[in-house]
Write a protein that binds this ligand. Structure first.
Ligand SMILES: Nc1ncnc2c1ncn2[C@@H]1O[C@H](COP(=O)(O)OP(=O)(O)OP(=O)(O)O)[C@@H](O)[C@H]1O
Length: 249
């Protein structure tokens, strides 16, 4: 087993009297898709928001490459290699596919814009956008206006925008939401390819897809992890079957 790239220990988040995430411990490794599943309100988005730095943890520790990043601001984590996508599409629909990626790349650099240089000529951001589109399989759509892409391709573009920031960790919040079978297949192929060079956390409701693509699955119920293991172990876990998969075993 490789050393974990992102390591989470006892991570907890309280909202007033509600413990949305309760002492979660998990590791993300390059080469693995680690899916987090759970019913609505289980705490999956809160977990991702703490990892990306959008909200603060109440307790616990997050380490990237062994370095404690628990109290680091979101932009500093992003620069250190923690990238994320959102449940809702966050693209600029009136800009081209390439422009969306270039803007994402620029936002992640130390000096996104300089007053004397057109941002469009920022060579590094253009190169990052090209590479991200290539990795996400969208090179042929580079000049298309983003809002005219199919829903599935827009979700692919979001992953590309995330890749343009050159992350090592990908935190993906329901990237398959609203997708048809063909679009889902395409996204799963993409994730399977990206995991060779990234550590991926996948929050997803589509169970068929999760069991197809995940190397490890963590199951949350009411903020707490009730099981973690490979897909086979999770499928056979009686507590998971009762609490989550809806079977009375
Ligand atoms: N900002 C907030 N203030 C108060 N409570 C919150 C806040 N954000 C989330 N919660 C609560 O924390 C719990 C976990 O919510 P969260 O959105 O993380 O669940 P989830 O597993 O992502 O759900 P879903 O699958 O529906 O997206 C829920 O009870 C939710 O109402």
């Amino acid at each position: 087993m490789t050393t974990a790239l992102l390591s989470v220990e006892g991570l907890t988040r309280r909202f007033g009297g509600l413990t949305a995430v309760n002492a979660i411990t998990l590791d993300l490794h390059v080469g693995e898709v680690h899916a987090v599943i759970g019913t609505n309100g289980a705490g999956k988005s809160t977990l991702i928001n703490m990892l990306s730095g959008e909200i603060e943890a109440s307790e616990g520790r997050i380490a990237l490459d062994g370095v404690d990043i628990t109290r680091r601001a979101q932009w500093r984590r992003a620069r250190a290699g923690v990238g994320r996508s959102y449940q809702r599409t966050t693209i600029f629909p009136e800009f081209s596919v390439h422009e969306n990626c270039r803007l994402a790349a620029q936002a992640a650099t130390a000096r996104p814009w300089t007053v004397w240089q057109s941002s469009g000529r920022c060579a590094a951001s253009n190169a990052a956008a090209d590479a991200a589109l290539e990795a996400a399989g969208l090179s042929n759509e580079a000049l298309r206006i983003a809002g005219t892409l199919s829903h599935g391709a827009q979700r692919q573009l979001e992953v590309a925008m995330c890749l343009a920031t050159k992350p090592r960790v990908l935190l993906l919040d329901e990237p398959l939401a609203g997708m048809g079978a063909e679009e889902t297949d395409r996204m799963l192929t993409l994730l399977a390819r990206l995991k060779a060079t990234h550590a991926i956390l996948l929050v997803e409701h589509d169970m068929d897809a999760v069991f197809r693509v995940a190397d490890r699955i963590t199951v949350m119920v009411n903020g707490t992890v009730i099981a973690s293991g490979n897909p086979q172990e999770i499928r056979e876990n009686p507590e998971v079957r009762t609490a989550y998969l809806g079977e009375d075993h």
